[in-house]
Design a protein. Sequence first.
Length: 114
Amino acid sequence: MADNDWKKRLGVVFSTNPDFQYTNEDEPEEQTPEPSKQRLIVRIDRSGRGGKQVTLVEGFKGSSDDLKELGRSLKVKCGVGGSVSDGQIIIQGDLRDKVTNLLTQMGYNAKRGN
């Protein structure tokens, strides 16, 4: 059943070769650089959230698993909820100063935005 996953082959042209085997070229996951080489920007956002404030952490480069782990640790240390989506960490509330301090203690090059 896994060999017949047609959604991964939507852009492939039909082949008349009976011996043709389609191979899916998976892109390797990006390696996460060390924290001191990362430049993170911590800012606040209200747009599209019903007027509620959230703290955004942007600029993380690396694997999605490392981003999720960083988001999880920030949420636990701040004692609030949040999520990780589209390469950014979303933390509920205006916690720019606290998040910036936590990131610098972890060794990241964090800068407070607006």
